[in-house]
Design a protein around this ligand. Structure first.
Ligand code: SAM
Length: 253
């Protein structure tokens, strides 16, 4: 993939319409990347595709980028929501970074009885996913919602969407088997905390009509491993890994 720096901006993107950068972004381009006026960058805003743009150093420390030509059309990321129980600090950062790379559209931290982290820094997580989206070359930014209780998450869930409940206790079908018979469409994945779901929660989950219990094999995975495994399975069997043109035109494969 191109080595030209890629940055997310909130502004609309139109040819020759300057986009003022936030101070941190301006510093990153001019100080860290040592780019001067006229240098090329790529910008995206999650709505207008990706544009080739050039840097313009304004008066003082202000920096703008001037979009020139659209180089990639806007594409939608699958309508997949990850519900996960926040983990201790860096492990939550890891979860949201991998969820961004693995193409979720929405991230919903859910507080369960055994969740060990009682506070979620949503602003920090949103900054993490922006950085991950820039790196992973995706065309949009996942939404990181404020944390809710598991009960609230279930009562607000759209019942037309399957919510795959990763149950480490194993009384369920393998996720791959369940997904093999599933059509592409909006869905959710639910992963529990380090201590797992409580018996009360498991009972509540299994009563919900939209819940689809699944297993991720015979071993107990750490929560962050379960997130990566479940998202990988969903994207590979149902999501946008299936029809991605992964073979270059010239391939003989
Ligand atoms: N109760 C165990 C514990 O105390 O360590 C397991 C919790 S596990 C670390 C965290 C979450 O990862 C579980 O709630 C579940 O959502 C998911 N998980 C881990 N291993 C799994 C498996 N083999 N099948 C399905 N889900 C799994």
């Amino acid at each position: 993939m191109s080595s030209v720096p890629r940055i997310f901006v909130a502004h609309d993107l139109q040819a020759d319409e300057p986009v003022p950068l936030e101070e941190g972004q301006g510093k990153y381009l001019t100080r860290v990347m040592r780019l001067e006026s006229g240098a090329l960058v790529r910008v995206f805003n999650g709505r207008d595709g990706e544009w080739k743009a050039h840097v313009r150093q304004e008066s003082g420390k202000r920096v703008s980028v001037i979009p020139e030509t659209k180089t990639r059309e806007q594409v939608k990321t699958p309508d997949l929501t990850l519900l996960f129980a926040p983990l201790k600090k860096t492990r939550t950062d890891f979860v949201v970074e991998k969820a961004c790379e693995l193409g979720v559209r929405r991230i919903l931290p859910v507080m369960t009885e055994r969740t060990q982290s009682n506070r979620v820094r949503t602003d920090r997580l949103q900054a993490t996913v922006i950085e991950a989206a820039e790196q992973t070359e995706r065309m949009d930014i996942p939404v990181v919602e404020e944390s809710v209780s598991l009960t609230e998450a279930l009562s607000a869930w759209d019942p037309s969407r399957p919510l795959y409940y990763c149950d480490e206790a194993g009384e369920a079908h393998p996720m791959a088997t369940v997904l093999a018979e599933t059509e592409f469409g909006p869905a959710g994945l639910l992963i529990g905390p380090e201590g797992g779901f409580s018996p009360t929660e498991r009972h509540m989950l299994r009563k919900a009509p939209f819940i689809v219990p699944v297993t991720l094999g015979p071993r107990i995975l750490r929560a962050e491993t379960a997130v990566v495994s479940a998202l990988t399975l969903w994207q590979a069997l149902v999501g946008d890994w299936r029809d991605h043109p992964y073979l270059p035109e010239t391939s003989n494969g």
